[in-house]
Design a protein around this ligand. Sequence first.
Ligand code: UFG
Length: 337
Amino acid sequence: MTILVTGGLGFIGSHTIVELIEQGNDCLIIDNLSKSTVEVVQRIETVVQKKVPFLQVEMLDKEALRDVFRAYNISSVIHFAGYKSVGESIERPLLYYQNNIISTLNLLEIMQEFNVKKLVFSSSATVYGDENWPPLKEDLPLSAPNPYGRTKLMLEEILCDFVTANFGWSVALMRYFNPIGAHKSGELGELPFGAPNNLMPHILKVASGEKNSLKIFGGNYDTKDGSCIRDFIHIMDLADGHVKALQYIEKNMGCEAFNLGTGRGYSVLNLIHTFEKVTGEKVPYEIVDRREGDIVVSIADVQKAETSLGWKAKYRLEDMCKDSWRWYQTIGALSIK
Ligand code: UFG
């Protein structure tokens, strides 16, 4: 039996594949290569020391997706494929709605056709919106501040409606906080396509001297040091969370959301200082205006994942910084534009 991993060459997908294979599972990666490169397949193979099947498939093409299910004996799906840039989603909302929603609808239809009823879905902590106060618990009222976030929120609702209407399905909605870090081999990490939006890729560019200084968006928030607070989580912990979610849905029916975070908040300045301490590199920064749409504090309540999935984040902020830097020095610097 094969686990189908859509978007398996992206940041979270590629690390999850490694974890799945190392825990003895057979996987098939599909990816349309719109935001990733085929070299990631070789890098995954270097890490796991075996061949990993990959097909370039466009999920908007229902027939192509159907062919995948015809050719492989698929038992469950982890669905990562989707666009994820907040800024781009504001500029090109239709692209986001079309790509993220339609590809998932196609997937559900085909899964139903082939009687595959287990799905782990890549959601985001963005669905908690900006009205809730942390720690953020799965049963809080949800909202999303931009089209990207709304695709995640809509898909969560679509998936739960679908599960209610169809007996025997189990779906886990994984709400990620702020994944950083990289595989310890230095072979796999985050490869932003185009200019990076997230904090860690910017820190890496400044630490390596490619950029003079980091812009910190806002230094006068109502926090200890004035910068925003995030629940940074190591990508390998996140990957392990997916494996645990898959084991959970093997035994439990229904549609359930799970936070994947550490339950601890660190400020942007904390992250920079920790990075400097563990790498010995300087990260000069300047405080600039707040970035529109940023929430001040985002921290997960991790109790449900701990109790139901038997999962807990293991890595510390120091590991996240060290591993990100190792990756950047090995491969990332060549790839991040
Ligand atoms: N930041 C800077 N300078 C930068 C980049 C980011 O100061 O150059 C700050 C941001 O203002 C924010 C923090 O670093 O305070 C983290 O920003 P990221 O862009 O790395 O992450 P966000 O928390 O804004 O966004 C993440 C995901 C989104 C998701 C969101 C909500 O990247 O996909 O969490 O869950 F929607």
